[in-house]
Design a protein around this ligand. Structure first.
Ligand SMILES: [Zn+2]
Length: 460
C-alpha cells in the first residue's frame, strides 16, 4: 500500500515537473524589451511565403491565441518559386510551369497545416497568390499602364490560384495594395507583424513597402513589428539550439528591437509547425532549425526627418555581417562591394543621398538607388518610382523602366563616394519618401541598404 502511494506521488511529481518546465518562460535577453500584447489587440501577420509565419511568428501566434487575441495571417505568395539563395541565378530551379503551380498548391496546404499546429484554422489565413521571387520587380517596374509582371517559372501575369483573395488580378503594384488594403480594412489589426525592410530577400523587402504604403493610403495607424528571416550570415550558430537566445541581426542606430520570450512548450509547437512545411524543411533543415530559439525578435527603424541637416543613416555592422554571404563563390566574394555609409538631407528642394562604398568602383559593379515619393492626396500608383543605376562610367535614371532625362538628377562620383541629388519635383513633390539602395554584379545583389522612410520636414 505504502509503495503504491509513493509511486502515485512520484508520478504526480513527474507530471507536475514536466508541466511546469513546459510552461515556464525561458530567461529572456536582458538587452531587448519585450513585446506586450493586450487583450484588445488584433494581430495581423504578413508573410511573404508559406513558412515565414512559423519561422518568425510561430511563438507570437501561440502567445496571442493563449490570451484569446484574434490572429490573421496573409500570405503574399504561395511560394511557387521554391529556391531562394543569394546566388539564385546560378541555381534556377528546373520546374515546368505546371509543376510550379502544383508546388504553389502544395505549399498553400503546408501553410494551413502549420497554422493549424499553432492553433489557427483555415479561415484565419488569406492567400494573395502573387509571384514568388517577383514582388520586388512588381514594386520597381509594374504600376499603372506598364504591362504586368510575368513570373519566370509559372509564366503567369495574373494571380493563377482559384483560392486566392483576387483570382485573375494582374501582377501589378496596385493589385497587391488593393488586396492588402482590403484585408486590413476587413480585419482591423492593432499590431502588424511584417517582413523586414532590411531583409535580404526581395519579396520580404517588397512586402514591407506594400504594407506600409497601404496603411498610409487607407489612413490607418497601426503598430508595426518587422521581423527578419534572411540576413547575411545570420542567425548564428546555424542549427537546432532550442535553449539559445535569438539575437537581433544587428543593433544598428535608428532601430528599436523588441522580443517575445517563449515557453518551452511553445518552442516545441513552433518546431512542429515549421516541420509541416515539408517541401521547405527537408531542403533547409539546418537553416530553418536556427529559428527554434527561446524568443522571437522584431525591430522597426525610426522614420527620418528630412531637412537641411545631413542625417547619417549608416548601418553599424560587425565583422561577420560585413563579410560576404557564405554562399558566395570565391569570385563573388572577391567582387563583393559593401555600402559603408549612407547619409541624407534636403537641399534647395533636392533630395541629397550620399553613399560611401567599401571598394573603388570597378567594371561590372553597379549601385542601384530606389526613391519613391508618397503624397497624401495622390494615388501611390501614380507617383513616380525613381530607379537610378550608377556604374563605373555612367549613370541612368528611370521612372519604373522608362528612362527620364538624366540631366534632371545630378550624380557626382569619386572612386568610393557617390552623391546623388534628385529634385523633389521629379519624385512628385512628396510628403514622405521611401528609399533604398543595393550594390550588384549583374543580376547578383551584393550589399543591401534597408528601405527607410523619410518625412519631409516642412520647417527646415
Ligand atoms: Zn520568405
Amino acid at each position: 500500500m505504502k509503495i503504491i502511494v509513493i509511486l502515485i506521488l512520484l508520478i504526480l511529481f513527474v507530471i507536475y515537473f514536466n508541466w511546469s518546465t513546459l510552461n515556464s518562460f525561458i530567461p529572456d535577453n536582458p538587452n531587448v524589451p519585450n513585446v506586450v500584447l493586450s487583450n484588445n489587440d488584433r494581430i495581423l501577420i504578413m508573410a511573404p511565403h508559406p513558412d515565414d509565419e512559423s519561422i518568425a511568428t510561430g511563438g507570437l501566434i501561440q502567445n496571442a491565441i493563449d490570451k484569446g487575441i484574434p490572429v490573421h495571417v496573409v500570405f503574399l505568395t504561395n511560394g511557387d518559386f521554391n529556391v531562394w539563395s543569394y546566388t539564385l541565378y546560378e541555381k534556377i530551379p528546373m520546374l515546368t510551369s505546371s509543376q510550379a503551380l502544383e508546388l504553389g498548391e502544395i505549399r498553400r496546404q503546408e501553410a494551413l497545416n502549420a497554422i493549424k499546429e499553432l492553433g489557427l484554422s483555415e479561415k484565419d489565413a488569406t492567400f494573395l497568390g502573387y509571384p514568388d521571387y517577383g514582388t520586388s520587380e512588381i514594386l520597381y517596374y509594374h504600376w499603372g499602364n506598364n504591362p504586368p509582371y510575368q513570373s519566370i517559372l509559372t509564366r503567369k501575369t495574373e494571380v493563377p490560384y482559384s483560392k486566392a483573395l483576387s483570382p485573375g488580378a494582374p501582377y501589378r503594384g496596385e493589385s497587391i495594395m488593393k488586396d492588402i488594403e482590403a484585408v486590413i480594412n476587413d480585419f482591423g489589426p492593432t499590431k502588424i507583424f511584417v517582413s523586414h525592410p532590411d531583409d535580404h530577400h526581395p519579396d520580404h523587402r517588397a512586402m514591407f513597402v506594400f504594407t506600409i504604403v497601404s496603411l498610409w493610403e487607407i489612413r490607418k495607424e497601426v503598430e508595426i513589428y518587422p521581423y527578419v528571416v534572411h540576413y547575411r550570415n545570420w542567425p548564428l550558430p546555424l542549427g537546432y539550439h532550442p535553449n539559445y537566445f535569438l539575437d537581433p541581426p544587428s543593433y544598428d542606430h535608428g532601430i528599436v528591437w523588441k522580443e517575445l520570450p517563449m515557453k518551452s512548450r511553445n518552442v516545441q509547437t513552433k518546431f512542429s509547425a515549421l516541420k509541416k512545411h515539408m517541401t521547405q524543411y527537408e531542403a533547409n533543415k539546418k537553416y530553418l532549425n536556427s529559428f527554434i530559439r527561446t524568443n522571437e525578435v522584431y525591430g522597426n527603424f525610426e522614420d527620418i526627418s528630412l531637412g537641411i541637416t545631413l542625417v547619417d543613416i549608416s548601418l553599424n555592422k560587425n565583422q561577420i555581417q560585413k563579410s560576404p554571404p557564405q554562399e558566395f563563390n570565391d569570385s563573388q566574394k572577391d567582387a563583393f562591394v559593401r555600402i559603408e555609409a549612407q547619409s541624407v538631407k534636403i537641399e534647395n528642394d533636392k533630395l541629397v543621398l550620399r553613399y560611401a562604398i567599401s571598394e573603388p568602383f570597378k567594371e561590372r559593379i553597379d549601385l542601384f538607388v530606389y526613391v519613391y515619393g508618397y503624397k497624401r492626396d495622390t494615388d501611390f500608383s501614380k507617383m513616380p518610382k525613381i530607379n537610378i543605376k550608377v556604374d563605373l562610367n555612367n549613370y541612368s535614371v528611370y521612372d519604373q523602366k522608362t528612362p527620364i532625362p538624366k540631366e534632371n538628377c545630378e550624380v557626382k562620383k569619386t572612386s568610393t563616394e557617390i552623391i546623388i541629388k534628385i529634385p523633389l519635383k521629379i519624385i512628385g513633390n512628396p510628403d514622405k519618401i521611401l528609399f533604398s539602395a543595393r550594390t550588384a554584379m549583374g543580376p547578383l545583389s551584393l550589399d543591401l541598404m534597408p528601405w527607410r522612410i523619410g518625412i519631409i520636414d516642412t520647417d527646415g
